[in-house]
Design a binder for this molecule. Sequence first.
Ligand code: AMP
Ligand code: MG
Ligand code: MG
Length: 213
Amino acid sequence: MATQSLTVERKSQIKEQYFDYFLILDFEATCKENEKIYPQEIIEFPVIKINAKTLQVESTFHQYVEPKVYKELTPFCTQLTGIIQDMVDGKPHLEETLQSFDKWMLDNKLLGADTKSLFVTCGDWDLKTMLPSQCSYFKIPVPKYFGQWLNIKKGFAEVTGSYPREMMGMLSSLQIPHQGRHHSGIDDCKNIGNILVELLHRGYVAKASCSNR
Ligand code: AMP
Ligand code: MG
Ligand code: MG
């Protein structure tokens, strides 16, 4: 498979990492403006696999997901995420998407005991709140591998000494150009990946910051 380069490329001393791969994950979900939605459901499920030694993107999992309860996306949600109704209608539901994702993990040799990978998210919402709450609502088991992740904000704070509010602030502080559309899950993954790569170039050693285990 052809590899893609992330934007941030330069020679530097990257420290040895505890993990073989970083799996950048950023869900988008049904939403309303200024109002909670229950149950909130994942509508975009993207994960980018980055090789921890080469820092190259080796594979991408990307699936739009049909919500089961609030099937109609609000205009606010479409405006925020860029996801229109046609992109989710007829798509697999979460349960099937989790099965496809598990196959992707297997095909990418990420499930073997000798391969170590770390999910990387921006904030703890994706894996602490969103996935467990939707899985609980629909009585779907949460795969064990989602039980531990790195919140990139913690890595940013460790390297720079200041705790960031959100992704755009980290990009501008690190002088990384923003790619694509903010709140598109796949584009958010690319930008979070670029932040991680920059932190690694600055000597960061990635570790899990949060765990549901
Ligand atoms: P993000 O990864 O920041 O793009 O956001 C993930 C999800 O959080 C979105 O798909 C929305 O469901 C929700 N979200 C983000 N920002 C807002 C907002 N300003 N108002 C309501 N929901 C939001
Ligand atoms: Mg996010
Ligand atoms: Mg996002």
